[in-house]
Design a protein around this ligand. Structure first.
Ligand code: GDP
Ligand code: MG
Length: 448
């Protein structure tokens, strides 16, 4: 999951509240200190951290509203303040003018070109006619990189390898752009913010007059993010931010808080090198995942992209009802696998983000999927629909029929029972307070 370390420390902090007998000033002070430490370790801007802790302390003094306990109130305050901190609502890019133009800016290696490809795919999938344009005249490889991405995604590509000025490239293709809903313009970076880069971007910015100027910033740059964000903002009036590489760093707090400083909201986050590793940034959901409330909505949104809407609804119903057969286990694992790493997906399911699954368990499952298929092919319809009838005799028959070992068949059944138990737990668990209580307790079937 993104920002694992920060998430873990915040989770520990919050579990202190759930475990404590009552809420007093000592607990609140301790809690605020813990949060400060966690945020500072992730390189969050110092001034912002102190403002945040002050607000939490102040609000903790308020009486709890009727119907919720002081503990629940405290958790709610922390959750709300962390959410505010990241910019209350999601930033949406409106595509209602033809062509809507997005220009991506940022330093070398921040992920602009990769993100151009990711965005092209994201919007193409949503039915828009998309083109991408390479204006990086600095690195010849940048042209090839984007051209290849465009080919993979299946969108039109514009660029001119022999051009010297980014504005020349833009002007050359400008007459062709009106046929597109969306044009994404990739720009050149530099190793550091140089006058020369600022000059170049400023000129391009004035020529293109893009609807959205998106700063692409890598999560691993820590505190430097604030200054960078400000400088790009001054150059071309940044309207949104994409934070990349959030999956691999403990220092993402810097980039996340830089956005709070410049007031340009985060639109997307990059969570991997692959073309699909892009997520819409929802501050509330993000914080929910960070502190382990899980995020069924994000999961379902992803699910919708790879499986049909109907299937997604079905999956949701099953999650909610706790109904679950062996066939569901298989089809679910298969669609989860399509969505990307299981680990990432688990982080989005309520409760699972908070679970300590045995190391390597999820990877193993991906490898096993094929074998499960063989095993299930040897099961009768009755067995598939009601796996509880699987006794030693049936297990042996299935093992022989499928050519897989008895141990493997048993493992699959065990996995099925565990998943079924988890499904049951999610049943109707939408209430935050109750969920926290459950998550603070022991989880059945997982030896925890
Ligand atoms: P640019 O110089 O800003 O155009 O950056 P690139 O798009 O060429 O990306 C630089 C490197 O970062 C490449 O190796 C990308 O694969 C990698 N990258 C981009 N976005 C992400 C991300 O979200 N996560 C990870 N892990 N790597 C990323
Ligand atoms: Mg590039």
């Amino acid at each position: 999951m993104v920002l694992d370390k920060l998430g873990d420390s915040l989770k520990n902090t919050l579990s202190k509240i759930t475990k404590s007998i009552f809420v007093d000033e000592k607990l609140i002070n301790e809690l605020v200190k813990d949060i400060q430490r966690a945020l500072l370790q992730s390189d969050t801007n110092v001034k912002l951290v102190f403002n945040l802790s002050k607000t939490i302390k102040e609000r903790a003094k308020e009486d709890a509203p009727p119907g919720i306990t002081k503990k629940e109130q405290l958790i709610k305050i922390v959750y709300e303040e962390l959410t505010n901190f990241l910019g209350e609502t999601a930033k949406e890019i409106q595509i209602n003018k033809k062509p809507t133009q997005i220009m991506l800016v940022g330093l070398f290696g921040s992920g602009k070109t990769t993100t151009t490809g990711k965005l092209a795919k994201y919007y193409k999938k949503r039915g828009h006619k998309v083109a991408v344009m390479a204006t990086d005249t600095w690195r010849p490889a940048a042209y090839d990189q984007l051209q290849q991405l465009a080919e993979t995604v299946g969108v039109d590509f514009y660029g001119n390898k022999s051009a010297k000025q980014p504005t020349d490239i833009y002007n050359e293709f400008k007459p062709k752009l009106s046929q597109y809903d969306l044009v994404i313009i990739d720009t050149a970076g530099r190793d550091a913010l140089s006058d020369d880069l600022i000059q170049e971007l400023n000129t391009l910015h004035k020529t293109v007059q893009a609807d959205e100027k998106i700063l692409v910033i890598s999560a691993d740059i820590g505190q430097a993010a604030e200054k960078q964000a400000q400088a790009f903002h001054d150059t071309c009036n940044v309207t949104g931010v994409i934070v990349t590489k959030l999956e691999g760093t403990a220092k993402g707090g810097g980039a996340l808080s830089a956005c709070a400083v410049t007031k340009a909201p985060i639109a997307f986050i990059g969570v991997g090198e692959k073309i699909d590793d892009l997520e819409v940034f929802h501050p509330q959901r993000f914080v929910g995942r960070l502190i382990g409330f899980g995020d069924l909505e994000s999961l379902l949104e992803k699910a919708k992209e790879v499986i049909s809407e109907e299937d997604a609804k079905d999956l949701q119903d099953k999650f909610m009802k706790g109904e679950f057969t062996l066939v569901d286990l298989y089809s679910q694992m298969k669609s989860l696998k399509k969505m990307g790493s299981l680990k990432k997906i688990m982080g989005m399911i309520p409760g699972m983000g908070n679970m300590k699954l045995p190391e390597g368990m999820l990877e193993v499952q991906e490898g096993k999927l094929e074998n499960w298929k063989f095993i299930m092919d040897s099961c009768t319809k009755d067995e598939l629909e009601n796996a509880d009838i699987m006794d030693a005799e049936r297990i042996e028959r299935v093992s022989q029929g499928s050519g897989r070992s008895i141990k493997e068949v048993r493992e699959m059944l065990k996995q099925y029972r565990q998943s079924k138990k988890m499904m049951k737990m999610f049943k109707g668990e939408k209430d935050m307070g109750r969920m926290m209580k459950k998550m603070g307790g022991k989880l059945p079937g997982l030896g925890m």
